[in-house]
Write a protein that binds this ligand. Structure first.
Ligand code: ATP
Length: 555
């Protein structure tokens, strides 16, 4: 994941490298400029020459400051897409997990994971910054020393490399111990909070000694883990000592033997003390803290977010016959079934209205038929194909809350399929949104969803569904914000369009228009025509009475 983020857009790395060169300019120049300032300037009684070299060094620092600013922006340009990718991964994984047995709630884990994503992003940016700075500084220093006095290089580089190797070798142990410490810390916090919540119980049943011993064990475990981290952290001090101070000693001890001038010695020491040691300190700090944090958070994110993506169905149904056999569905293993043992058969080009009191499973049934939900038992087939395997393009469900986005009306309407302006205009006319389209300024007009009423948004969603290639259309109270005449027009358009239409009814009139009516009354259901249900179901008659007292008498 990290490698992909780094290499996804190579030109960003090139840009980062370019600004890093500018930032590393003082690291290259410092020893050289100091040596020249002393030898060619101050030592020869030419202070202006000396000052000129120092001014050159000052100029390099200014260039480095501009470079440092651009480096931050270049690092952000690499880290932000990484964050977006992690976030997509986390939210997708958490929601998929929440939507699959055993139906763990998603919101809290999304929140927790998004925090981890922010940590991972910060750590990623910090690691890029320090590793890059270290690499450019070391290369610049080596080049600078080679131009100053190449004989000094063997005095500096071997101990520096040895210190670096000690640090790098300690990293895996450091990561393991940090993780162990975090886990011990979490366990201690859990046990203290359990104890604090049950103090009265603990006192009343005389369990103080036992609880104290238990919490004490957790404290000791956490202290052990902390000591273990501290021991491995001490290795950092060793590595900094070897890499930072051993070269200084070696230069002071052997430089005179190599015939180095005072300027060359001071210049070399400036390379070590001003550039190499701080760069290694930054690397130790950055990798030791941010690197370990990056590894820990990315691996945690991978653990929680890696959920296999449910395969999208590709099966093409033959026709639109809908059949349910013994379908039972509950929202969770311990929950009461919303639908129980339902058998239902809808013929080719059927038109069904689903009615019933609120909360008794109408929308659930709609989602089961489209395959968005899987039954706990039983079987649902559309055109002979299991609903879960259906090619998504072959069915469309329009819920109450219509989705309209910023863009042209045409883009909103052709979101599910490509269509010619002529076909789009026909759909617009059929579902009864001609006036709305005109008011909005035509198909090419930009629309702002916030300025549309709920009914207007529903008209857009209806026209979009009308245009789609789907032959199974489910309107789940999709016309509830339209007035009765507009609702009748839209429903009639879908009924004429061909294919099977299922309407979760918001008004009685939807039931009157349908060839079949499914009455859902808890886990009991009845299927029949409007007249049949009026004759046999007091609940249906009641519902009609609530919808429209006059029609009850007409029936
Ligand atoms: N995602 C969910 N998780 C848990 N329970 C749910 C979920 N969605 C719906 N339910 C419950 O399932 C039952 C049926 O809900 P459903 O939305 O299918 O009813 P409905 O008949 O369409 O209601 P309404 O007419 O009010 O839209 C309700 O008790 C509801 O609380």
């Amino acid at each position: 994941m990290i490698w992909r983020a780094l290499t996804r857009e190579p030109y960003r790395l090139v840009r980062l490298a370019g600004w890093s060169l500018a930032e590393a300019l003082p690291a290259f120049l410092i020893g050289h400029a100091i040596a020249r300032a002393i030898e060619d300037g101050f030592a020869k009684g030419k202070p202006l020459t000396g000052l000129a070299w120092l001014a050159l060094l000052g100029g390099a620092w200014l260039v480095a400051a501009v470079g440092a600013r651009q480096v931050v922006l270049a690092v952000a340009a690499i880290a932000e897409p990484f964050r977006d990718e992690l976030l997509t991964h986390v939210v997708g994984g958490t929601l998929r997990r929440a939507a699959a047995p055993p139906w763990r709630p998603g919101a809290a884990s999304v929140a927790r994971s998004t925090l981890q994503v922010e940590l991972a992003r910060d750590a990623f940016a910090a690691v890029i910054t320090v590793v890059r700075s270290f690499a450019f500084t070391v290369v610049s220093v080596v080049l600078g020393m080679l131009t100053l006095l190449p004989e000094m290089v063997p005095l500096v580089l071997p101990p520096f490399a040895a210190g670096l190797a000690v640090f790098l070798m300690s990293l895996p142990a450091m990561a393991r111990r940090q993780r162990a410490f975090l886990i011990a810390d979490e366990r201690l916090a859990e046990s203290v909070s359990d104890m604090a919540g049950g103090l009265r119980d603990i006192a009343s049943c005389g369990a103080e000694a036992r609880v104290a011993a238990d919490v004490g064990r957790r404290i000791a475990a956490q202290a052990d883990a902390a000591r273990s981290v501290a021991r491995v952290m001490a290795v950092r001090t060793v590595s900094l000592g070897v890499a930072g101070w051993l070269p200084v000693l070696l230069v002071l001890a052997f430089a005179p033997g190599l015939g180095a001038s005072a300027g060359a010695v001071i210049g070399t020491l400036a390379y070590v003390v001003q550039s190499l040691t701080p760069a290694l300190g930054g690397l130790v700090e950055g990798l030791g803290v941010s690197g370990v944090q990056l590894m820990a958070s990315v691996s945690r994110i991978r653990e929680t977010a890696e959920v296999p993506t449910p395969a999208r169905g590709h099966a093409r149904p033959s026709g639109t016959r809908v059949e349910l056999r013994g379908v039972t569905f509950a929202y969770g293993p311990g929950a009461e079934p919303v639908i129980s043992g339902l058998d239902l058969s809808l013929p080719e080009d059927g038109h069904l209205a689903v009615v019933g009191p609120s909360g008794l499973g109408k929308s659930t049934l709609a989602a089961l038929i489209t395959g968005s939900l899987a039954p706990c038992s039983g079987e649902i087939r559309v055109g002979g194909v299991p609903a879960r395997d259906l090619d998504p393009a072959t069915r469309v469900l329009i819920p109450q809350e219509a989705y309209v986005f910023h863009g042209t009306l045409m883009e909103n309407l052709t979101y599910l399929t490509d269509a010619s302006p002529h076909a789009v205009q026909r759909a617009v006319d059929e579902v009864g949104m001609t006036d709305l389209a005109r008011r909005l300024g035509g198909l090419s007009a930009e629309i702002n969803p916030a300025t549309l009423s709920a009914g207007e948004r529903q008209l857009v969603a209806l026209a979009r569904a009308y245009l789609s290639p789907a032959r199974l259309v489910i309107l789940d109270e999709a016309t509830c914000h339209l007035d009765p005449a507009a609702e009748a027009r839209a429903e009639t358009a879908f009924a004429r369009r061909g294919g099977t239409l299922v309407v979760v009814a918001h008004r009685l009139t939807s039931a009157l228009r349908a060839r079949h009516v499914l009455l859902m009354d808890g886990v009991r259901v009845r299927l029949g025509t409007h007249d049949e249900l009026v004759a046999v179901s007091p609940l249906y008659t009641d519902l009609i009475g609530q919808w429209n007292p006059d029609v009850k008498q007409v029936s």
